[in-house]
Each structure stands twice: as C-alpha cells, then as structure tokens.
Design a protein around this ligand. Sequence first.
Ligand SMILES: [Zn+2]
Ligand SMILES: [Zn+2]
Length: 243
Amino acid sequence: MEVILLGTGSAVSNDRAQTSVLVDGSVLVDCGAGTVLRLSQTGVPAHSIQDIVLTHDHVDHVSDVMPLLKKATMEVDEHPGVTVHGPREALDTVRSLFDAFSYIKPKLDVEYDEVDDGSKLEAGDLEFTAVETEHGTPSVAYRVEELVISGDTEPVEEVAELADGAEALVHECAYPDGAGVDGHTTPSELVEDVLSRCTVDRVYLTHLFPEAEGRKPEMLEKVRDGFDGEVYVADDLTRFSVG
Ligand SMILES: [Zn+2]
Ligand SMILES: [Zn+2]
C-alpha cells in the first residue's frame, strides 16, 4: 500500500499544505487547504478520489473538499460519486459546504458515512478502523492495514493500542517540548504516552506549527531518545510503502 503525505501543516503553516494523506492512490484522509495542488503534483487526478475519510471538522482538515470535488467534476463527463466518512460534526461541515456551493451539488452523488469510536469502514478496497481521540471537537484516529494516522490529538492510549504492531504511525507533533497546547502533542508526550506503549516500526511527525519548524533536529532527537524505531519529520509529498 502506497502512502503519500500530501499536506503536513496546520492552519497557520507558512510553507506546508494543510493536512492530507493519500492512501493507495484513491483514498484521502483529511483534505485541508493545499490538498488539491499537492494531489495534482502527484499526478493523481481528483476524480480518482472516491472516498474522503475525515478525522475531524477543523478547517485545516476539510477546507479543500469542495475545490477537490469541483475539479473532479470538471475532469470527467460523469463523476463516479464520492463517499465522505468521518465524525458526524465533520460530515455536517461538508453538508454545509455543499449548501454554500450548491451549484456543485447536482454534479455528483455524495454518500455520508458516520464514524465514531470503534467504527470500521470500507474505503476503496481498504478497511479502516477508527478510535476516538482528544482534540476539543469529536475527532478520530484511523488504522488501515499497517498504517495508523492520528489526526489531531493529545497523546492518548487509544492511539497506542491502535498502532500496536503497525508498520508506520503518522502522528501529529504540532509543537516542540515546552510550547505545547491542549489538544496537540509534543515529542516527549509522544514518546511517553504513545510510543512507549506500543510496538511500531516507524513514526512520521506531522501537522507542524511554525514554532516547530526551527526545532526539527531537537524534536527528532527527543523522539529517538525514547524510541527504537525509525523517526522522520514529515514533509509535503513524503511517500512510503507499508505492507
Ligand atoms: Zn489540524
Ligand atoms: Zn484540529
């Protein structure tokens, strides 16, 4: 299964697209601003995306859904339709975006698939499992085969359990140590609360805030100090395979 981290930034990033991960060339996990541009840079057409799997309803995870679908409907005579999966609040946000841009609505079929703690969902040929996380809004992490994507969250045991035995964990690491805020994760917290509680081969730190940009070596060192696996700071268009 091929994974491309399309966007690795946050709502305030200056040189990263907002959050999105392309899984297996056909499923998007989150779709923040910049996703459409990054996706086109991979050569994957927008209409290839028939499942959008959302972690939560924040703007940096949903704001490119309509631009993506608009582009997709212009690429083909008949769009194959899309399923949007996610917590109810995230689905409500997408429904209201369709209300706001109502001229796009008749151009494709949209199905909504509500996700909560423990949900399993089918997207493409893949099965995803969701667990609830802690982010101040209903939010989930997903496991798909050997890959786990944390979404935005405080470091929680549920993600460690979900990631146990996986090959790759894409975990948010929004702030360096000492600059952390509620609802996000720092390197030390990631080690203590997640990585020390599970076995995983590689971890990718993502969703970096500007406070983290100048401190990447220090963040990597913090995680490497307490974790035996491989550690990377994700960049836009970082790609890897699992399985
Ligand atoms: Zn975010
Ligand atoms: Zn968020």
